[in-house]
Design a binder for this molecule. Structure first.
Ligand code: SAH
Length: 366
């Protein structure tokens, strides 16, 4: 018998084709789509508006969900981290970040990551596997259900960021498909304009994304202002160096429509990339390429196994000042969920929170 189909990763059209294959009318496909995405049900048993026989057939031929939630960790700042397992036993992590204006869900595009950035804990896992569209959509469903209740709409909508484990540009097809599925009005209705994809710098994929008609926002991780330092921190720089990367970014920037954002990220590592000279080099580099994107400074999130410490706040402020003096807009990002290994670069399938929040560790029942 063939592998069960993961219905959560299918577009409305694909679901209709699947239903027709079972001899079912199109309205059944619409019902199933709404059950999976608008009502956010994770099993066919709960879809009691479907005939019992159809539910039995679906259970045999398909899956409504494939990720099993293993644990949930809650930070003192309200951030939640979910550790899940794929059907083939690989870890997937998702982070829910409550915010004043609109909550954010940070999802993973791969289990592990092949890129080996020296400051990121996920690199220690290596690449386990790229996630499917269905596995991406499911992460959002799990986080939304836990935050608001099953099928309950987020009161102010939700922002999504592809900044969890993995390199989204290496999961390009799954990612864009997941975004199409999530944009559906009769489903999650999270449009690409609410989504930011962060990349370590795959120049050809940045150019490809620039040509997509309906695309998410882009963030590019720089971490260093010179090739020499960036080669050391982010080995992908040896494949596409700063000039090639920034030329691709320029092409992306040229294609921006009103309201589209484009950001650079710069992780601040104590004594490594945070000197005044680095700030000047960074500003000159962006100015030379005539890039007007803003820079988000991210204080390093430390973890055992990583050889760095975060830059002290005064140094981050000084760095920001120098950028601004040279006409580069800069912002300092506040770390969230550090105490539960939920912050940027801390996702490595840790099965405990640290001592501070161990008391807050809960097992999820659904
Ligand atoms: N692979 C993608 C997306 C995941 S990382 C990328 O590289 O952009 C998301 C952001 O977290 C990146 O900007 C990355 O540079 C940053 N980051 C990684 N490890 C970090 C750490 N330990 N502390 C702070 N930021 C980190």
């Amino acid at each position: 018998m063939s592998e069960p189909v993961h219905l959560t990763g299918l577009t409305g059209d694909e679901l209709r084709a699947f239903a027709r294959g079972l001899g079912e009318p199109d309205y059944r496909a619409r019902q199933i789509f709404a059950a999976l995405h608008r009502r956010r049900l994770r099993s066919f048993d709960e879809m009691t508006d479907l005939p019992k026989e159809l539910r039995a057939t679906l259970a045999e031929r398909a899956r409504a969900s494939t990720l099993a939630v293993e644990s949930r960790y809650i930070s003192a700042d309200g951030t939640r981290r979910y550790l899940m397992k794929t059907h083939d036993g690989l870890p997937v992590e998702t982070v829910f970040i409550p915010e004043e204006r609109r909550d954010t869900i940070c999802f993973s595009s791969q289990s592990g990551c092949p890129l080996q950035c020296s400051f990121c804990l996920t690199a220690k896992l290596g690449l386990l596997r790229t996630l499917t569209a269905g596995e991406i959509v499911e992460q959002i469903v799990v986080a939304l259900n836990d935050a608001y209740g099953v099928g309950v709409r987020a009161p102010r909508g939700t922002n999504l960021v592809a900044m969890g484990a993995g390199e989204p540009m290496l999961a390009y097809d799954s990612l864009l498909k997941a975004l199409r599925v999530m944009a559906a009005e009769d489903g999650l209705h999270i449009v690409p304009n609410r989504v930011t994809v962060s990349t370590a710098g795959l120049a050809p994929k940045i150019r490809e994304l620039a040509r997509e008609p309906d695309r998410p926002h882009l963030a590019v991780s720089l971490a260093a202002p010179t090739d020499e330092l960036r080669d050391e921190l982010m080995p992908i720089n040896k494949r596409w160096n700063l000039d090639e990367l920034l030329a691709a970014c320029k092409e992306f920037e040229k294609s921006l429509k009103p309201g589209e954002r484009f950001t650079f990220e710069y992780v601040m590592l104590d004594g490594v990339n945070d000197r005044e000279e680095h700030a000047r080099q960074l500003a000159n580099l962006l100015n030379r390429h005539r890039l007007s994107a803003k820079v988000n400074l991210i204080p390093h999130n430390p973890a055992e196994g990583l050889p760095y410490q975060p830059s002290p706040p005064e140094r981050v402020e000084r760095f920001k000042e120098i950028l601004e003096r040279k006409g580069v807009r800069a912002f300092v990002r506040r770390p969230r969920g550090r105490d539960i290994y939920a912050a940027c670069g801390q996702l490595a399938a840790r099965t405990q929170a640290n001592n501070l929040s161990a008391a807050l560790v809960h097992q999820l029942t659904r």
